[in-house]
Design a protein around this ligand. Structure first.
Ligand code: TYM
Length: 335
């Protein structure tokens, strides 16, 4: 296990899709043995938009089970649930009080989501990046592997850490400034129905994304119907062909082939040849994850013990940082 600490979380809203996997979780798993890792389920973030209380707990456990199914190694990785560790909410409040409002109003994701929600926008949605900063800063994370869409939130996290250290902890900084880890390939997986939009859990069109738990026939149907174009042959990096670039990238990442290999293999293909190939590759890549997921879900006791251990380890670190932040702000220690 390395000395550097890696942390990331995923929201338990709906099913995880190929964007979450290729942009984030796959990279967590690939690099995990070099680091000490904390991977969480962001169930506090899940209520920043209207949510279903009847399914929140089950969705949260399902994401933790998917982490295990994707290959988390518990010797170097702790898996935890955000709401189980109260330091996340408490540090959010402390950071709120040093966060200029206009920093939050400038966040692209807030603007996009706020437009979608009209008058129903909650204060929580605006505050979401501060909660995310608290998640990261509590663990003194060195690296945060995420997809491209979280980049701006990581910049805000660094700005907040620097601001806090500068205002309250100049002699001995409380927070470490984390580095984003964003891979070039897979950092922005696009929708299957529109190659200019990112694949997203909140897209009302189910056919726009492939979920990690989709059965083979659903995968086949979605790829069969996905948007393509009328050009001849297949190619990467043609800005007039966003769907083509996206589908070739999916094939490359899921098959484990290099870009040069995929270019050579697919340059002369028609869509009618490529789509079955992508379908088979996707089904084969997801099968081991789906099998392991079912095994984990069949053993609730095991999953609970993993989360208990994860919480204990995470909480010790989070509480220590929270105490340091409170001391720097001048709070008294309870007697
Ligand atoms: P969330 O749950 O929306 O997404 C989880 C991860 O998946 C990545 N991702 C994508 N990557 C590539 N292509 C896509 N189409 C795509 N869609 C999503 C996201 O970048 C993310 O890495 N606020 C975060 C969760 C969070 C978090 C944190 C992350 C809470 N606290 C602390 C890192 C550190 C979110 O809503 O991600």
């Amino acid at each position: 296990m390395g000395n550097q600490r890696v942390l990331s979380l995923v929201q338990p809203t709906g099913n995880l899709h190929l964007g979450n996997y290729l942009g984030a979780i796959r990279n967590w798993v690939e690099g995990q043995n070099q680091y000490e890792n904390f991977f969480g389920v962001a169930d506090l973030h899940a209520i920043t938009v209207p949510h279903n209380p009847a399914t929140l707990a089950a969705d949260t456990y399902a994401i933790a089970a998917l982490y295990l199914a994707c290959g988390m190694n518990l010797e170097c990785t702790s898996i935890f649930v955000q709401s189980h560790i109260s330091a996340h909410s408490e540090l959010t409040w402390l950071l709120n009080c040093i966060t200029p409002l206009n920093w939050l109003e400038d966040m692209i994701q807030f603007k996009e989501k706020a437009v979608k929600q009209g008058e129903n926008v909650s204060t929580g949605l605006l505050d979401y990046p501060v909660l995310m900063a608290a998640d990261i800063l509590l663990y003194q994370a060195d690296k945060v592997p995420v997809g491209e869409d979280q980049k701006q939130h990581l910049e805000l996290t660094r700005d907040l850490a620097a601001r806090f250290n500068h205002q309250f902890a100049r002699k001995q900084p409380v927070f470490k400034l984390p580095e984003p880890l964003i891979r070039a390939e897979g950092a922005r997986v696009m929708s299957l129905t529109d190659g200019t939009k990112k694949m997203s859990k909140s897209d009302p069109a189910e056919g726009s994304r492939i979920n990690l738990l989709d059965p083979p026939d659903a995968i086949a149907k979605k790829i069969k119907r996905c948007k393509t174009d009328l050009f001849e042959g297949l190619e990467f990096d043609n800005s007039e062909r966003p769907e083509c670039h996206n589908l070739l990238t999916l094939y490359m990442l899921l098959s484990g082939k290099t870009k040069a290999e995929v270019t050579a293999e697919c340059a002369q293909m028609r869509w009618s040849q490529f789509k079955p190939l992508l379908t088979e590759t996707t089904i084969n890549a997801l099968k081991p994850i789906q099998d392991k997921y079912r095994a984990v879900m069949d053993d609730k006791g095991y999953l609970e013990s993993v989360l208990r251990q994860g919480r204990e380890k995470a909480q010790a670190i989070a509480d220590r940082t929270l105490s340091q932040a409170k001391a720097a702000l001048g709070y008294s220690v309870p007697l």
